[in-house]
Design a binder for this molecule. Sequence first.
Ligand code: NAD
Length: 287
Amino acid sequence: MTQVYDKVALIGLGLIAGSMAHAMREGGLAGRITGYARSAETRDTARQIALCEVCDSAAEAVAGADLVVLAVPVGAMADVMTQITPHLAPGVTITDVGSVKQSVIDAVTPHLPAGAHFIPGHPLAGTEHSGPRAGFASLFRNRWWLLTPLPDTDPDALARLDRLITAMGAKTDRMDAAHHDLVLAVTSHAPHLIAYTMVGVADHLRRVSGEEVIQYSAAGFRDFTRIAASDPTMWRDVFLHNKEATLDILGRFTEELFVLQRAIRMGDGQQLHDYFTRTRAIRRGII
Ligand code: NAD
């Protein structure tokens, strides 16, 4: 592999930034990798595992970097930009990995210095684990990494970022930010909310009935609710920043649920069977 950037600064040192650090090191894709996270404990952990050159300020991490990656919860993007803007190198490329795109664009663009290239992005890869120890080099392998470039995005800066991402093993695609937010509300955001709710319902039942519902959780419950172990700050921010699309999808989900609820009440086995046959075929088509 050949080096794509001279110095990459990772702001936020969690699952995604950590996985990028591993993948970039493994592929020799960056001359230097610096990093900063707000909490001293996270920085200490990152130092202990030698994730990258850990700095004690965001300003120090981004100084002289030709790529800056914003890998913090989406609600923290504007705060990070306030800290780093005066210290960015001329011609720097800034990307983010946030799960929501339009609100990140709105938060970042007012802070951009002249000549900086901002290319929003979102790796469709993750686990329910968080923090610097959660990262691993193969996280992005064969996964989509969506880029939502702005109309005036510099094509050379875009091509260079694309090279880095594909060298980490991911497949890239371009998408409009608003469309991204709607698609992800269906495929990621609403499922997380429903998984959190399912655990909440089981816990409520346990509390009112005293039964050990969760202790005897069946495979379906375990598989389905795995993602409810995900980081609360990250997911709070996703819902607060993708409000309209999430509410739209939850409305559609509720309608479907009512259809099935009615079919169960009416004993309409044919409707249930048809529905499950159709959705099974769709699910089996997803690799
Ligand atoms: P994480 O919780 O593992 O790490 C977040 C990091 O951000 C931590 O190091 C934390 O200390 C740091 N941080 C928080 N606020 C900060 C601030 N104001 N200044 C500096 N550092 C700050 O989270 P993650 O899973 O790596 O997620 C990072 C981003 O990637 C989020 O925007 C998330 O939406 C997105 N994302 C997550 C996943 C996933 O499955 N976890 C997948 C794709 C994209």
